[in-house]
Design a protein around this ligand. Structure first.
Ligand code: ADP
Ligand code: MG
Length: 545
């Protein structure tokens, strides 16, 4: 323990554990800024349709190839506390809106570069933070004023924009369409509000075939096989018992009761067990079920009886799949066979075991207006399937965002360019030191179009100059960075559009991260505790906050 004598009537107060590191003032700030900016630099090259992939190798040698900012940061094992705040910003964006994770980090990094310049000009961090906040509020209003109402076509365009070039050609269109179809299928309206639970869209990945073979199943795909070879593999007009109870006899129950003295007793015991299992199966049969999906086990003898009745059964289904099954087929999960009634059965046009790749899977499909759907994602390489899943999840989030709030804005840096223009105009009215901060925010938000241009191999100075000029014109609002040249293009005409929710969340999260980081002037890192810490009741550690 290091003892830092605080002036509390001469009583020494323990402040920091031995090995703790402390940096204060400008040093702390400078360290934090450079660490956070380094994070932004690391993800910058992946931004936009011409962004490049990164290959990440973890300590176990597992490889991830991705273009997704949040994934990169997750795998990077960031230690610096300021850098961690950047990672946090991208996670927040991921949780809230599901897309825009790279943009948030790039923007936060650009804000911190600007902050660093402002500090050189002796502008106080508190003023920087409040000026950034003010600028973010102005940006929010700009987003309102440039938003359009999304129709079905624009929602599809937004899904395509989100996929970018992470998937190409026909497969890209297919994934975008699947994203739109699945979200629109599971969305529900309650009290005039659109409710979308993305967990009700099951994504099952199977290596093999190509991305184009990905299919949307109006039902559930169970990664299980039919439990007994004598059972049917196809049931049409399926009536499905969804059972969360074991179709087995708990051995311990019986062992406790029965003492077997001679062979005839043994036979009676076995007969009794068989009878109990037969009763269970009879109850299922009596309900009218021709398919059983069971969350627990199914005894061999019960399997045999089910097979004789031409009932298709699956055992040990996942709990999450059980819930989706109920949502998709309109059935109820039954926890006791006593309670199983015909009205609990779910319905599907078809239940079928199919061979997918090397595995057998059971498809429950053709459900009438299902409130849960499944996407069977196919692809050649395992890593390609993983990346396709990330891309698909982003697209699903974008579509969900747009069903929740139909406001849509132009992408390709157009919204950012318009925000920068407005900020500069507003800054002039503010005057004083805050004017400098708001102008700095304007410069920072241009990092999005600038990075898009750089990643496309364009001259970013030319691109930004052109972009600023065209946004001064009355009809320049939707003009953004073209991947094919310095001449700006209309992003709505190009079909490059994004949910206003995503833009808002990106700006909010980046501003927050930058404001927090810029205000920190004291970093205390306690030593990693190796040995057991001071026992409870020992000398307590003081804190100075
Ligand atoms: P993020 O993780 O921030 O979503 P992306 O790599 O998905 O990062 O890039 C998103 C950015 O790329 C957005 O600013 C979007 O408008 C832009 N973008 C996407 N497609 C195009 C395109 N065809 N032309 C120009 N910009 C595009
Ligand atoms: Mg994206």
């Amino acid at each position: 323990m290091s003892v830092i004598p605080a002036n509390l009537g001469g009583v020494p107060v323990l402040l920091l554990k031995e090995g703790s590191q402390r940096t204060t003032g400008k040093d702390a700030l400078r360290n934090n800024l450079s660490a956070a900016i380094a994070i932004a630099e690391a993800v910058k090259p992946t931004l936009g349709p011409r962004g490049r992939d990164k290959m990440l190798v973890d300590s176990l040698g597992d490889i991830t190839v991705t273009n997704d900012g949040a994934t990169i940061l997750k795998e990077m094992d960031v230690q610096n506390p300021a850098a961690k705040l950047m990672v946090q910003a991208s996670r927040t964006v991921d949780d809230e809106v599901g897309d825009g994770t790279t943009s948030a980090v790039v923007l936060a990094g650009a804000l911190l570069e600007q902050a660093s310049n402002l500090i050189e000009k002796d502008i106080h961090p508190t003023l920087i933070a409040s000026g950034f906040q003010h600028a973010a509020e102005i940006a929010d209003k700009v987003i309102d004023s440039i938003s359009k109402q999304a129709d079905d076509d624009l929602i599809l365009q937004a899904a395509l924009t989100s996929i970018g070039n992470k998937v190409e050609g026909d497969a890209k269109r297919k994934l975008a369409k699947i994203a739109v179809d699945s979200v629109s299928q599971i969305k529900e309206e309650r009290d005039g509000k659109i409710i979308i639970d993305q967990d009700l869209i099951q994504i099952t990945k199977k290596q093999g075939m190509g991305l184009l073979d990905t299919e949307l199943v109006y039902g559930v795909v169970l990664d299980k096989e039919v439990v007994h070879p004598a059972m049917p593999k196809v049931i049409r007009d399926a009536k499905i018992a969804i059972i969360d109870a074991s179709l087995e006899i708990e051995k311990t129950q019986i062992d406790a009761e029965i003492r077997i003295a001679d062979p005839s007793q043994m036979k009676a015991y076995l007969d009794e067990e068989e009878n109990m299992l037969k009763e269970m199966v009879d109850k299922i049969h009596a309900s009218g079920a021709n398919v059983v999906i069971c969350q627990k086990g199914i005894d061999d003898v019960a399997q045999h009886f089910l097979a004789k009745l031409n009932i298709l059964a699956v055992r040990r289904a996942k709990r999450s799949d059980m819930e989706k099954l109920a949502k998709a087929t309109g059935g109820n999960i039954v926890t006791s066979l006593e309670d199983l009634s015909p009205s609990d059965l779910g319905h599907a046009e078809l239940v079928e075991e199919r061979k997918i790749g090397d595995d057998k899977m059971v498809f429950v499909e053709g459900c009438a207006n299902p409130k849960a759907v499944s996407i069977l994602l196919r692809g050649g390489l395992e890593r390609a399937v993983d990346e396709a899943e990330r891309v698909l999840k982003d697209a699903l989030s974008v579509v969900a965002d747009l069903y929740r709030s139909k406001a849509i804005v132009p992408g390709g840096g157009a919204a950012e360019a318009e925000i920068a223009k407005t900020l500069r105009a507003e800054a002039a009215k503010i005057g004083g030191r805050e004017q400098l901060v708001v102008e700095a925010f304007a410069d920072a938000i241009e990092a999005i179009p600038r990075t898009l241009a750089e990643n496309a191999g364009l001259d970013s100075v030319d691109v930004i100059t052109e972009l600023r000029a065209v946004h001064e014109k009355p009809d320049g609002v939707n003009m953004g960075v073209s991947m094919d040249g310095t001449e700006p293009v209309d992003m709505f005409k190009l079909g490059v559009v994004e949910p206003a929710l995503v833009k808002r969340q990106v700006i909010r999260a980046a501003t927050e991260a930058a404001s927090v980081i810029v205000r920190i002037d004291d970093v205390i890192m306690s030593a990693r505790s190796k040995a057991p810490s001071t026992p409870k009741g020992g000398p307590s550690e003081g804190s100075n906050d």
